[in-house]
Design a protein around this ligand. Structure first.
Ligand code: FAD
Length: 430
């Protein structure tokens, strides 16, 4: 095909982090025909969960390539980097305080990041209420895609593309056209139940203090509890446990997005069956949760996956390589995929002859899978640690670093707080 990438019809299926990031950079590089097809009916139709830390060498690369550093700085929180390991009685075991001036991985609410990316796109880039169903190769090396609306009716106007990029998340429907249905993510044996409290400072002050603007972990009795601060003062929390895949249904919990019918059942389960011996501050947290609870049934891609690249279709982000959230890398590598793919596709945009698309996709997919394997290894180490008593201590040492060895935790935190106060005062930090 002789078309310049500039003029190609590029169809991105899925308007999550990777899809939006990719669309933005492609448009900045001069691609004129980029469309994102998203199954949600409108911008605010799905809850966006908690907060993400973007690493300088991964997620932040995309932010820079997208020219969105100012917006990112306005919405991100260096103080979100504080990390505390607590026990089930509510004592702090290890705390890694945040030094604002040295911030490398500021946190940003998932909803804010999505808004920043969405608002940066050219008008009418996103087509809402387009649920990808299937595709077929047609003449001229093009692809015809079929979508349905949310009510299940097929969108009548055919969508034709020169290049399709599947960014449709862990349960991707585009994936099978790339991997030829050979590799599917597997249930990793862990299910989380997620809740959220509003105005944490006043509604659950003890938990608020333990979280200390950042992230708190409790790992006891085979359960991993996480609580994380959001910009609006809410705290998102979750309980993860090793259970069978259908555990949520087997418990009789109806945790669909629009249902709060079983919230009391979930609260009772969490307090009386899951953590009956934990401090009452955790029970109060559960009682204060605003409804509905959300299930997170975790899947990961098989580590040996590999496929033969094609010339007009690829997948990125969770669609290509979902991993567990225990190293906080999923979104980071998804954004890096967007950054790298946009660069490889457009590197020779102004040259008269361009590298064939197949070659570009081969280079990209090889690099993407290598990056993911490294991230998956780190993630698995954390995941194996969090559910084993010996592993937990090793994890605390690894993440806590020098702070693991300090017993005078509170005085260290106080000193760091003074430094933060001072750098704020002289406007070096915000
Ligand atoms: C509990 C939890 C905590 C996490 N914490 C972190 C963290 O701290 N740091 C981190 O880096 N990562 C984290 N992750 C991982 C991160 O959320 C994902 O890796 C990231 O969102 C992947 O981005 P994506 O664009 O590939 O997919 P998604 O963000 O899932 O986006 C997919 C998009 O495609 C749309 N879509 C799906 N199917 C279709 C279809 N058929 N047609 C059209 N549109 C479709 C969806 O509506 C969605 O908008 C966490 C994940 C979980 C579950």
């Amino acid at each position: 095909m002789n078309k310049n990438i500039k003029d190609m019809k590029i169809v991105i299926c899925g308007g999550g982090m990777s899809g939006l990031g990719l669309a933005r950079v492609l448009q900045l590089k001069g691609c004129k025909n980029v469309k994102v097809y998203e199954r949600s009916t409108h911008k605010y139709s799905r809850l966006q969960g908690s907060s993400l830390d973007l690493h300088a060498k991964l997620g932040q690369k995309l932010i820079i390539a997208a020219g969105l550093q100012e917006q990112f700085a306005a919405f991100s929180r260096p103080d979100g980097e504080c990390f505390s390991f607590c026990d089930k009685s509510g004592n702090i075991n290890v705390r890694k305080p945040y030094l604002k001036i040295a911030s490398k991985r500021p946190e940003i609410d998932r909803g804010d990041l999505r808004d920043i990316l969405m608002d940066s796109l050219l008008p009418d880039t996103i087509e809402w209420d387009y649920h990808f169903k299937s595709l077929k190769q047609i003449e001229n090396d093009q692809i015809e895609l079929t979508f349905t609306n949310n009510d299940g009716t097929i969108v009548r106007d055919a969508v034709i593309a020169d290049l399709v990029i599947g960014c449709d998340g862990v349960h991707s429907k585009v994936r099978k056209y790339v991997t030829l249905d050979q590799f599917k993510p597997e249930y990793m044996g862990i299910t989380m139940i997620e809740g959220e409290i509003t105005d944490a400072k006043n509604s659950c002050p003890e938990i608020y203090n333990l979280v200390n603007q950042g992230l708190m972990f409790v790992m006891e009795d085979g359960i991993v509890m996480l609580a994380q601060q959001k910009t609006d003062g809410n705290i998102v929390f979750s309980f993860a446990q090793k259970v069978e895949k259908d555990w949520i249904n087997n418990q009789g919990f109806n945790l669909s997005v629009n249902s709060s019918s079983s919230d009391d059942d979930v609260k009772n389960y969490l307090k009386n069956k899951l953590i009956p011996s934990w401090s009452p501050i955790f029970h109060r947290l559960i009682d204060s949760s605003i409804t509905p609870f959300k299930p997170r049934v975790l899947y990961r891609a098989p580590i040996n996956q590999e496929w033969k690249s094609q010339s007009n279709i690829t997948i990125i982000g969770d669609a290509a390589h979902s991993i567990s959230p225990f190293a906080g890398l999923g979104c980071n590598i998804a954004l890096y995929d967007s950054f790298e793919l946009a660069n490889i596709l457009t590197k020779d945009i102004d040259c008269t002859t361009q590298k064939p698309l197949l070659e570009k996709i081969q280079i990209f997919e090889k690099s993407m899978l290598n990056r993911w394997r490294t991230a998956a290894k780190e993630t698995m180490e954390n995941e194996n640690s969090v559910f084993l008593p010996n592993g937990i201590d090793a994890l605390k040492k690894r993440i806590g670093g020098i702070y693991y060895y300090f017993n005078c935790i509170l005085s260290v935190s106080k000193v760091v707080n003074y430094i933060n106060y001072f750098t704020d005062l002289i406007l070096l930090t915000k």
